[in-house]
Write a protein that binds this ligand. Structure first.
Ligand code: NG1
Length: 522
């Protein structure tokens, strides 16, 4: 399926957001003209996302259920005619005090360099550019590298950065899409765009999974997404059943900035390493004969690969990627039990412990799993990480089952979904160690004011939370947060910031290209 080309903002935003968005787009296009003294040719757009359930399991290749939000990243682009020699990119942001204007060359030979050690906003554009150039080279049969044309770009993002709504993926996806379009590729395949964006975002220093990019590109207005990574990346739209009271998701910022690029060696990238090592450790502990399959997990093997190999070898399943959901869930339940029985060290495993089980040296262990994305840890909590992943994968299946065959009483459905969200929160906080007290407080306050379920969303360690709230309790929940959290913790908080802090989120639409040339109306 191709990324759509849109001709009207009505196709992108819900009715209630239209007037604000129109003003914002007009401002973007007129600022483009003043900055570059010409009009933009097109705007590429990709939204942020909120993850409903399935936290920290995408990089172990388990299913997740995110949805796009209305907040997005826009790149207004004007293409320079191709000339001999390197092309130039000028890139500015409507918020130029925070994101200074940059200019750089695209080399005619070899790839663009990205310095992941500097926290530079245009690195995300460069990541998208790099990935798109590789895809263009493949699609146009041009060897390994296709030097892009030059561009003038003005960026406007409304996804808060470090806020858990995945501004980075929105920016990388919108950038890659812009480069594809600028180089004449009008039929960008959604799956190819997601795959390239996942890999290219890793150039910025975080060894990420694929959920955010999938949500940003595949989402359709009004539906959440069931994203699968195995046997291959796919996404299915999920409708929410009509309920009374209406099922509403509310997103609340903790305003604890979670900068996962800075904390990656002790937070995000470390979790990726722990999950990967848990997979290898379990495979050795159970004496699996085949090596774990190479897959799209960030380090090449995954807990999902372990599950498939285990049941294929131990229980004679022919191809575990074809196992029906009820059996798959039983397998996961068995893996929870096996993890409890075989990964027994509550206080974690040292590099020496793990190297001994994997029958490699510590140097080999470091080189294989911890060199491209270095981590800092003395002990690796393999037991806890595997338990979170298997249990969270079960919760996703249960959540999906509730949505696809809802119980007769709405109350049972809402309570059932809410309970799963609450369990995720507890597991993220106590087992996966990706919570923080502020997120916990937001959840406690919401539940006391009527939410069915509450949890952190995204990577955690700050950022954002998501709450399933009956429509008639949204005001009460918002008020509880305003009085007992925001005004208490941030006494000087402005009305504008308070307004941004809480968003009632309807599922938004995914990436698109908007052709500006020749258009007088938005
Ligand atoms: P955030 O940090 O919220 O964008 C990150 C990863 C996801 C996923 C979640 C945890 C990136 C770009 N995204 O999301 O792939 O692993 O954490 O579920 O790193």
């Amino acid at each position: 399926m191709e990324v759509p080309t849109t001709t009207s903002l009505h196709q992108i935003y819900p009715e209630e957001a239209l007037s604000t968005q129109k003003r914002r787009w007009q401002n973007l296009l007129s600022q483009f003209k003043t900055t570059y003294d010409r009009s933009a040719d097109f705007v590429s757009r990709s939204p942020g996302r909120v993850n409903l359930i399935g936290e920290h399991i995408d990089y172990s290749l388990y299913e997740v259920i995110p949805m796009a939000v209305t907040a997005d990243v826009l790149l207004a682009v004007s293409v320079n005619a191709r000339k001999d020699g390197p092309s130039r990119v000028r890139i500015a942001n409507v918020d130029s005090s925070k994101f200074p204007t940059r200019e750089f060359e695209i080399p005619s030979e070899g790839e663009i360099e990205i310095d992941a050690s500097s926290h530079e906003w245009t690195n995300y554009f460069k990541s998208g550019l790099l990935g798109a150039s590789q895809l263009l080279a493949k699609n146009k049969n041009k060897g390994d590298h296709f030097p892009s044309v030059g561009m003038d770009i003005l960026v406007d993002g409304t996804v808060p950065s470090g806020g858990g709504l995945s501004s980075s993926a929105a920016f990388v996806c919108a950038s890659a899409l812009a480069v594809m379009k600028a180089n004449g590729d009008d039929k960008v395949d959604k799956k190819e765009l997601v795959e390239l964006a996942v890999v290219s975002e890793r150039n910025v220093g975080v060894n990420s999974g694929g959920m955010d990019q999938a949500a940003s590109v595949f989402s359709l207005r009004g539906s959440a997404l069931y994203v699968s990574f195995k046997p291959t990346l796919s996404a299915k739209a999920i409708e929410f059943p009509p309920t009374k009271p209406e099922l509403t998701f509310v997103v609340a910022q903790s305003f604890v900035a979670a900068d996962k690029h800075v904390t990656a060696p002790v937070c995000y990238n470390l979790r990726v390493v722990e999950c990967t090592l848990a997979a290898e450790f379990l495979a050795k502990a159970f004496g699996l004969k085949r090596p774990l399959p190479q897959d799209s997990g960030p380090l090449g093997v995954s807990l999902r690969g372990f599950q498939d190999t285990y049941f294929e070898e131990k229980e004679g399943v022919a191809d575990n990627t074809q196992t029906p959901v009820p059996h798959f869930q039983q397998q996961l339940e068995k893996l929870v039990q096996l993890t409890e029985d075989y990964l027994i060290q509550e206080d974690g495993y040292t590099r020496e412990d793990i190297a001994a089980i994997l029958r490699v040296s510590v140097d080999q262990l470091n080189a294989r799993y911890m060199s491209a994305f270095p981590v800092r840890a003395e002990r690796f909590l393999l037991r806890q990480r595997a338990l979170h992943v298997f249990n969270e994968a079960i919760r996703v299946l249960k959540f999906m089952a509730l949505l696809s065959s809802p119980p007769a009483k709405d109350e049972d459905l809402l309570n059932g979904l809410g309970e799963l969200l609450n369990q995720t929160q507890a597991s993220c906080r106590d087992v996966y160690d990706c919570g923080c007290p502020e997120l916990d407080e937001l959840c406690t306050l919401a539940r006391a004011a009527g939410a069915y379920g509450s949890r952190l969303t995204g990577a955690g360690w700050g950022g954002c939370s998501v709450h399933l709230v009956p429509a008639d309790k949204v005001d009460a929940v918002r008020q509880a947060w305003t009085e007992k959290y925001y005004k208490k913790r941030f006494p000087d908080i402005s009305d504008e910031r308070l307004e941004e802090a809480v968003v009632v989120s309807k599922p938004g639409s995914g990436s698109s290209v908007f052709v500006v040339e020749g258009r007088t109306e938005l």
